[in-house]
Design a protein around this ligand. Structure first.
Ligand code: PMP
Length: 351
């Protein structure tokens, strides 16, 4: 603890991401994609002219934003890009959620949101999930500085329909509603089409999951021009060149290859459903998932012990040491072979 730190930094418990092990493990702990990025990405890495790196990148990241605008059927002025969606979220907290009222969110959701609340001195009002571990959209009110949740939610994996989101937006019209769609490509319904009617809706997305590009940091937001301008104001104040030239070229190459994208997504979804069936056969409860991970628990086995048992046998999953989630393991969907190993190992551990 240092006297030099701002009060909010003294209070801060930083977000701790899942372990990135050095040894070769079956890594099912941070929801990365098990398949490589689009082949066009390899070509960029081989052919990108080093001389381009001499110059600053386009401060407006126009080409990448245009590629995203084409993908989502919106105007380029409705797209914002940043270094991973974590950065985009941080800018959104600063731009939209400091009205002196609490920010509303589910009690169980992406654990970065409370960290940002601390960091930016924003009070938080958390609403419990419903009896099915789903985000309770009816709980959100107008009396707040904004609403934020992940859809599908993390780590519970359930996604609400666009219709349900639309009902929320008819009610909460006075503040920004931020929907984090980091996992929406794996079977969730994107809220982006609602942006046209709702100037207060901001949807964030990432290249880290469905585009297999967690190693470069690329995220984005889509919303009304008004909201995008708000983000640009904050961004320009501390990093006027958000995306480096190489990352932009890689992002565009990934967006261009629709076939590769669809094929990887289908494989992940098929493997997820197959894994679900096999784990249910072992007695696990598997929460419904529209994401590239599942949240599971066993009525007779301690999750913490299963975590250790898997780790000792070379398989890394996520165990959350919080009261509500301590019975569960969150398992990212890997390749078919990786999931076979997982199921076979759990079979042994649950005997
Ligand atoms: N939102 C959610 C719900 C996430 O789980 C993650 C990944 N940890 C992110 C955002 C951030 O993703 P990235 O910064 O890689 O885009």
């Amino acid at each position: 603890m240092s006297e030099f730190w701002s009060p909010s930094v003294r209070e801060l418990t930083p977000y701790v991401p899942g372990e990135q092990p050095r040894e070769r493990l079956i890594k099912l702990n941070t929801n990365e994609n098990p398949y490589p990025p689009a082949p066009g990405v390899e070509a960029i890495l081989r052919e990108f002219p080093a001389d381009h790196l001499r110059l600053y990148p386009d401060p407006e990241s126009r080409a990448l934003r245009q590629a995203l605008a084409d993908e989502y059927g919106v105007d380029v002025g409705q797209v914002f890009v940043g270094n991973g969606s974590d950065e985009v979220l941080a800018l959104a907290f600063q731009a939209f959620f400091r009205h002196g009222l609490p920010l509303e969110m589910p009690a169980i959701t992406y654990s970065f949101y409370p960290v940002y609340c601390r960091l930016y001195d924003i009070e938080r009002r958390s609403h419990p999930l419903d009896d099915h571990w789903q985000v309770n959209l009816d709980a959100f009110s107008r009396d707040c500085s904004g609403v934020i949740f992940a859809n599908p939610n993390a780590p519970t994996a359930h996604g609400h329909s666009r219709e349900a989101i639309s009902r929320l937006l008819q009610r909460v019209t006075n503040r920004v509603v931020l929907i984090d769609e980091a996992y929406a490509d794996f079977g969730g319904e994107s809220a982006v089409p609602l942006v046209a009617e709702h100037g207060n809706l901001l949807v964030t997305g990432t290249f880290s999951k469905s585009r297999s590009l967690a190693g470069i940091r690329l995220g984005y937001a889509i919303g009304s021009r008004e909201l995008i301008e708000g983000l640009e104001r904050v961004k320009d104040s501390f990093n006027s060149y958000p995306i480096d030239s190489l990352a932009s070229a890689i992002g565009i190459a990934a967006l261009e290859d629709r076939e590769h994208f669809a094929a990887c997504r289908e494989k992940v979804i098929t493997t997820r459903e197959r894994t679900r069936q096999r784990l249910e056969a072992l007695g696990f409860e598997v929460l419904p998932s529209q994401a590239n991970f599942i949240l599971v628990r066993h009525p007779a086995q301690e999750a913490a012990q299963l975590f250790v048992g898997l780790r000792e046998r070379g398989i890394l999953v996520r165990h959350f040491n919080t009261e509500v989630l301590s019975d569960f393991l969150r398992i990212s969907i890997g390749t078919e072979d990786e999931m076979d190993s997982l199921v076979e190992t759990l079979e042994v551990l649950c005997r």
